[in-house]
Design a protein around this ligand. Structure first.
Ligand SMILES: *Cc1c(COP(=O)(O)O)cnc(C)c1O
Length: 367
């Protein structure tokens, strides 16, 4: 069936990013595939990352990890957002590692006959996940009864490498490792770096890094790191849609809900068959599409299933043509970063929120 929109996912770009990041890190790589692999497709990306040399997969939810396992992933998988009362039996049965970040979870696991492997999550300064106030109590527990394979923490400001908080968190992480070691516990895998730290902060690599956004070919922060191209990363997702309709219009016509745009010339407008239900941000202004060798900006408000662009009076685009919403930018098209700036957001949110109505096509990008 011909689709009205598609996200094309280039698995060769993914492989290229993984090998670049592994060599930059000089450590094992945990491929972060939570949230449907940042919108790129959980199973396909999980399997492709494994094939491309990832050493571990990381997800937020236990059910994401189980889906990966049941679809044939063989490398270790860590699930880190696993609250008390989770099905830790299933984790053990499916050979899934889980994060422990509270006494409540520790107690759940201690009760089991067959226990999953655990990574201890420590709060080193982000004040979100990980042990903080319960850490001394945790250290006093019967830790020899669980299989501890890792210790990890997460940076809050790795995308701002000059911030002192990065050095503080690193120091705090090392102290936590030492405190465990003093009790005879030496988790073999230590991991702290996300994408931003992997790209810039070698002291934090330890023996594994956890890369998400960079593996998808996107910059962790446009201002501090530059764009994908500068980082030699290849954007994995290209978003395309069909022009539902092209129409000639006169000057002075109100466009869309609320008439927030009035045509200011005779021109051709294109109706693009994607909207906020598909993850096109409703507030986006200043991004658009690429067709017939040219950019065409959004005009008026994005609606649920469609938005309107100004193609210009001389455009040769016609109803039914494919347009590029974002890609790697090399042909002049908008990028996920452009869409992020146009929506007061970040590239992470742009790709992750592409909705389930949009089929993911595992194939090279097309222009
Ligand atoms: C999402 C996440 C990552 C990946 O972060 P990126 O900035 O996308 O590389 C790493 N670690 C944890 C714990 C995460 O939740």
């Amino acid at each position: 069936m011909e689709h009205r929109a598609e996200a094309r996912i280039d698995l060769n770009a993914l492989a290229s990013n993984i090998s670049l990041l592994k060599s930059k890190a000089g450590a094992d790589l945990l491929a972060v595939v939570k949230a449907d692999a940042y919108g790129h497709g959980l199973i396909e990306i999980g399997l492709a990352a494994e094939k491309s040399g990832a050493n571990y997969l990381g997800v937020a939810l236990l059910e994401e990890a189980i889906a990966l396992r049941t679809h044939g992933v063989r490398i270790p998988i860590l699930a880190w957002l696993v609250p008390p009362g989770s099905d830790f039996n299933s984790a053990a049965k499916h050979d899934i590692d889980v994060a422990v970040s509270s006494i409540a979870v520790l107690e759940d696991i201690l009760k089991l006959q067959i226990k999953p492997r655990v990574h201890i999550e420590v709060d080193t300064g982000m004040t979100r996940g990980g042990f903080l106030d319960e850490w001394p109590e945790f250290l006093g527990r019967e830790l020899s009864k669980i299989e501890i394979v890792g210790i990890f923490s997460h940076f809050a400001r790795a995308d701002e490498p000059g911030e002192k908080q990065n050095a503080d968190q690193l120091l705090n992480f090392k102290e936590k490792i030492d405190e465990l070691s003093a009790r005879g516990i030496n988790p073999p895998i230590k991991h702290l770096s996300n994408s931003a730290a992997t790209l810039i902060n070698h002291a934090s690599a330890f023996n594994m890094v956890r890369t998400g956004i960079s593996m998808y070919g996107l910059t962790p922060d446009l201002n501090t790191f530059g764009d994908s191209k500068k980082l030699s990363l290849k954007p994995v997702m290209q978003l395309r849609a069909k022009l539902h309709l092209v129409k000639k219009v006169q000057t002075g016509l109100p466009v869309g809900y609320g008439a927030t745009f009035i045509t200011n010339r005779e021109t051709k407008l294109g109706v693009v068959a994607m909207g906020y239900a598909d993850g096109i941000p409703r507030i986006a202004q200043g991004a658009g599409i690429f067709v017939d060798g040219q950019r065409a900006p959004i005009v008026g408000r994005v609606s649920m299933d469609q938005f309107v662009v100004d193609l210009g009076p001389d455009s040769k685009a016609t109803s039914g043509d494919w347009v590029v919403i974002f890609g790697d930018g090399t042909h002049g098209e908008y990028t996920a970063d452009d869409w992020a700036s146009a929506s007061l957001s970040i590239n992470y949110e742009i790709v992750t929120r592409i909705g389930p109505r949009v089929p993911r096509i595992y194939a090279p990008h097309v222009y």
